[in-house]
Design a protein around this ligand. Structure first.
Ligand SMILES: NC(=O)c1ccc[n+]([C@@H]2O[C@H](COP(=O)([O-])OP(=O)(O)OC[C@H]3O[C@@H](n4cnc5c(N)ncnc54)[C@H](OP(=O)(O)O)[C@@H]3O)[C@@H](O)[C@H]2O)c1
Length: 301
């Protein structure tokens, strides 16, 4: 089988990132990180998303080692997470904790994120970002970014930053667009790329009744599977997709999806999905983004 190259987006720091990642933080993908990660790479995916809290950074490195794909052809993201019990990382342990990620992976990942603004003990977010900047300057990290940052979190670290975060990895699909409006505007202003986790939750999980009465899948479902539509819609927004699967048939399909040409979902369909999505609020991962970030007044149940 000939593997086609995967389209990439360019980040603020001039590096490139493949538009679609196979993540090992959810479902069966997390439990089968070596075998599923190896299959993902050999199916054509070139981007793996992991994190300390998924407890499989070592397996991520192992999946690459066991695959036929050289490390330099794989884009790897990892994240500084809270402790397994949910406690924040004490400020003076951040550097050692990041080094532990690198040791487990067996290499420096292409992208390293602060997993959410609550990872770092209270009031130390800006100082923690400075630690990542310093590690980047020392060549111990490459691209640096954030995840689950609300507008106030981004503003806090942007103030006086040497490097802006290259990405913010957030739950992103049509049903969170209205809620995310101020955040996306801020990211656009600073050139911070959005990475979408949970991109297919509106099709893989039961959407709320308000969404069911006007489902995304009916907009363009006539010609493509709803999951594929959501992934291609996300790419058409210029947003990196972070999806997951522990199902071998689905992983192989993701390898095919990774190299699908643009235009399968037309510009008109992209706009229609956006219009439908903006009328409903549905969030799958509620814990990360709803604290001190007001929800829109929209039907959600
Ligand atoms: N930064 C954060 O805080 C954060 C939070 C959550 C997730 N993430 C990252 O994002 C990744 C993805 O999150 P997610 O699982 O919510 O993503 P998702 O893309 O919304 O959902 C994945 C679901 O899609 C299904 N699926 C995958 N490929 C498919 C295909 N070809 N056809 C039909 N269904 C398919 C999977 O089911 P099967 O397994 O049955 O295929 C799974 O249930 C995580 O693993 C993690 O790396 C990050």
């Amino acid at each position: 089988m000939t593997i086609q190259p995967v389209h990439s987006f360019t980040l603020l720091d001039g590096t490139t990132i493949p538009w679609i990642a196979w993540g090992n933080g959810s479902g069966n993908a997390q439990k089968t990180a070596v075998i599923s990660g190896k299959l993902a790479l050999e199916s054509g995916l070139r981007h793996i998303d992991t994190a300390q809290i998924y407890r499989n950074e070592k397996e991520t490195g192992e999946a690459i080692k066991q695959s036929s794909v050289p490390r330099e052809d794989v884009y790897v993201t990892s994240k500084l997470s809270t402790r397994p019990d949910g406690a924040p990382v004490p400020f003076d342990e951040i550097t050692a904790s990041i080094q532990d990620s690198l040791d487990k992976l067996g290499f420096v990942p292409n992208l390293y994120l602060i997993h959410n603004p609550f990872v770092v003990e209270g009031g130390k977010l800006k100082a923690a970002w400075k630690v990542l900047e310093d590690l980047k300057d020392q060549g111990k990290l490459q691209s640096i970014g954030v995840s689950n940052f609300r507008p106030q979190d981004l503003e806090e670290i942007l103030d006086g930053a040497k490097y802006k975060p290259v990405v913010n990895q957030i739950e992103y699909h049509p049903y969170v667009l209205t809620h995310l409006e101020p955040l996306l505007a801020l990211q656009k202003k600073h050139g911070i790329l959005t990475e979408s986790y949970g991109p297919s939750r509106p099709s893989s999980d039961t959407p709320p009744a308000a969404a069911r009465s006007n489902p995304i899948s009916q907009v363009v479902g006539k010609k493509l599977d709803p999951t594929v539509v959501l992934l291609l819609w996300t790419r058409a927004q210029g947003v990196v997709v972070v999806t997951a699967s522990g199902n071998p048939a689905h992983i192989k399909e993701l390898g095919v999806i990774a190299t699908l040409p643009e235009g399968l979902v037309t510009e008109e369909e992209v706009r229609e999905i956006e219009r439908v999505g903006r009328g409903v609020h549905f969030r799958y991962y509620t814990e990360h983004m709803e604290k001190d970030f007001p929800l829109p007044d929209l039907p959600s149940q």
